[in-house]
Design a protein around this ligand. Structure first.
Ligand SMILES: [Zn+2]
Length: 328
């Protein structure tokens, strides 16, 4: 028997709310609000698929024990078209100035698909935060955590991305895969920046290659462990907890617990950037190593370290990143 746990959705119609909301579970017991975003990059479907699995399982069982758990789709149009984005990268648009502009703009002035997506997403965030705040008016009773779910174009092992706000790195590190810090310095305008600006805690998770079915398994494991870590549910109530934990431990085995973003190779439209084949996440590179080509010639590693997210797809503003072990 499936129970419908959509409740308290009185400020917008349930139908409109549900269009972007994969699931919404609310417990009567005080606890955290966990918001998970899948597919803010439309071709990264594993997050949305994994959220569907988790909500199906919760629907068939007792749901969560504490707080609220909501899952939303980031870029719906790009998801339908299996593209990273339609006009602009939705995960680079969240500077306070741009958010304010999009919120204040008249409908006629929203020319880009991602401006629509952002406005819709903001409505859902605000609605979910509003339900939570009304339920627990005392700020001391509230704890908001956002997890942003991604995949990447190359083959390679998963990792989490921590910010410096609140206990972001605690949640990121509890997933047993390398936690990357210092993202704020090399990438701007992500949803994590938006949550940071609201002084809410967020972290990212990169599960694996976009189209690898295994990325959905890794993603599902990360969602269940996070539900347990933040306190929405206990280990005992997750049917396959041991399996999920073992899977993530295996993925993190032999890799550093924490690395820092040190370098981003930015690409501009028309650069004709081509990554040399065979690079995978956390592969060691030496200074001066020949990594890629573009219209200006060969591109070499400016520093030594480990490569992260080498770009093997057409869309994207980041050619590759170089990270370094923080303990080195
Ligand atoms: Zn992504």
């Amino acid at each position: 028997m499936r129970k419908n746990r959509m409740t308290n959705l009185d400020t917008v119609s349930k139908k409109v709310f549900k269009q972007r909301v994969i699931g919404f579970h609310e417990s009567n017991q005080r606890g955290p609000l966990l918001i998970a975003i899948g597919s803010i990059h439309g071709n990264e479907k594993a997050g949305t698929k994994a959220l569907n699995r988790v909500f199906d399982e919760l629907n068939e069982n007792d749901g969560i024990q504490k707080g609220i758990f909501a899952g939303v789709v980031g870029n719906m149009m790009a998801y339908k078209r299996d593209q990273r984005f339609i006009d602009v990268d939705l995960n680079r648009q969240w500077s306070p100035a741009n958010v304010n502009r999009v919120v204040a703009a008249s409908t006629y002035d929203l020319a880009l698909q991602e401006e629509w997506e952002m406005r819709q997403l903001l409505m859902r965030f605000n609605h979910i935060l509003d339900i939570y705040t009304r339920k627990y008016p005392d700020a001391e009773d509230r704890q908001v955590v956002m997890i942003d779910l991604h995949t990447f174009s190359a083959n390679g092992r998963p990792y989490s991305i921590a910010t410096t706000t609140g206990n972001s790195s605690q949640w990121a590190r509890q997933l047993h895969v390398p936690a990357i810090i210092g993202m704020e310095v090399v990438v701007k305008g992500t949803t994590m920046h938006y949550f940071n600006d609201l002084e809410l805690v967020s972290f990212g998770f990169e599960a694996g290659q976009h189209n690898d079915p295994y990325s959905v398994d890794v993603m599902e494991a990360a969602i269940w462990l996070t539900l347990v870590n933040v306190g929405c549910i206990t280990k005992e109530q997750v049917r396959q907890y041991q399996k999920f934990e073992a899977l993530l431990k295996k993925e993190g085995e032999g890799l550093p617990a924490c690395v820092a973003f040190k370098y981003r190779h930015a690409i501009q439209e028309g650069d004709q950037f081509v990554m040399r084949p065979g690079y995978v996440n956390f592969q060691k590179v030496s200074k001066g190593e020949y990594l890629a080509d573009d219209k200006n010639g060969k591109i070499y590693a400016p520093i030594e370290g480990m490569i992260l997210m080498p770009l093997y797809q057409k869309q994207g503003e980041d050619g590759f990143f170089i990270v370094q072990d923080v303990d080195d």
